[in-house]
Design a protein around this ligand. Structure first.
Ligand SMILES: [Fe+2]
Length: 314
């Protein structure tokens, strides 16, 4: 990074207005974020709620869930979406699960931009507010995949693991990956609820082979609710022991600077899609990120870079 870029900061005048010329034209929309960075002096700690976000956390009554998440590495969020939205989501997933698809009829992959019900839950304000506490402002859509689990299905992929399993240990104190498990009909232990090792995120490392056989507890949620876990917490697939199927959307978000699993950048180039997509989708797809913006006459898009220096501190 050039010296110029390295020294670019979201400086503000005494009146609190952006002083950095790179923020010209977008200062007003970013002002709450700039103020929020100033309040924490750019040192917001892991799991701390930034000032600009606090009202939404209160509105959605997420305080207790965040406390639980911080202590145990997972949480169950209630009343995230009404039952009819969950029914539409189930229909969408089953419609997209093809016998010759990624999961052989037992799910579907690469799901953003494929169905309005999926995009709606991906941009659900309660989910995004919780995700921001964990993986920061400017978070990116990572992987959106669905699974359909029948009775007594075998485990899909190995044993207990941490989701940020392409990161070396020790994991960063600021979480990089957060996964929301969205069961269209809720999930109990018997219905195949995902299982976690409570508190294992505090180790900030992958489980050893012995630890991958640790005792686990199910994350049970009622219909309309969502299970969520930290990228560091050890967890594994549940097993369904009752009739019927568990239909789940696995929605993963990542911290601004990390490489998402799915590449949805093609959606940003689809003007018709973007025109009708939920407003929050642009940010999730990385529209304002500076990566890859260099040209032969500029090291980087300085407006985008400067915006990232703000968002990365929240
Ligand atoms: Fe996982």
């Amino acid at each position: 990074m050039s010296e110029r870029a390295q020294t670019a900061e979201a400086g503000t005048s005494d009146e609190g207005r952006p002083a950095n010329p790179n923020l010209a034209g977008m200062g007003e929309s970013l002002k709450p974020l700039i103020d929020s960075v100033q309040r924490s002096r750019g040192l917001l700690g892991p799991y701390d709620v930034a000032e600009h976000l606090q009202a939404r956390i209160d509105e959605f009554d997420l305080g207790d869930a965040i406390d639980h998440f911080r202590e145990h590495g997972y949480a169950a969020l209630e009343n995230v979406a009404p039952p009819e939205e969950m029914d539409e989501l189930r229909e969408a997933i089953h419609g997209l699960a093809k016998p010759k698809g990624a999961l052989g009829g037992r799910g579907a992959a690469y799901l953003l931009g494929r169905h309005p019900a999926i995009d709606r839950i991906a941009t659900n304000p309660k989910i995004l507010a919780f995700a921001e506490v964990s993986v920061g402002n400017g978070l990116r859509a990572s992987q959106f995949a669905a699974s359909i689990m029948g009775k007594s299905d075998k485990l899909v992929a190995g044993g207990i693991h941490a989701d940020q399993n392409w990161l070396p240990a020790p994991f960063p104190e600021h979480n990089c990956v957060i996964t929301f498990c969205i069961p269209c009909d809720g999930m109990t232990d018997e219905e195949g609820a995902t299982r976690v090792v409570p508190g294992s995120h505090l180790a900030r490392r992958h489980p050893t082979p012995e630890e991958s056989r640790s005792e686990t507890v199910p994350i049970e949620v009622a219909k309309g609710g969502v299970a969520v876990w930290d990228g560091s917490v050890w967890h594994g697939t549940g097993r369904r022991t009752v009739d019927g199927v568990r239909t789940v959307l696995h929605a993963t978000y990542q911290r601004l600077y990390t490489q998402p699993i799915d590449d949805y950048t093609y959606l940003l180039k689809d003007e018709e899609y973007i025109a009708s997509a939920p407003e929050a989708m642009r940010g999730l797809l990385g529209e304002r990120l500076f990566f890859g913006t260099a040209h032969d006459d500029s090291m980087v898009d300085m407006a985008k870079f400067t915006e990232a220096t703000i968002r990365s501190k929240l």
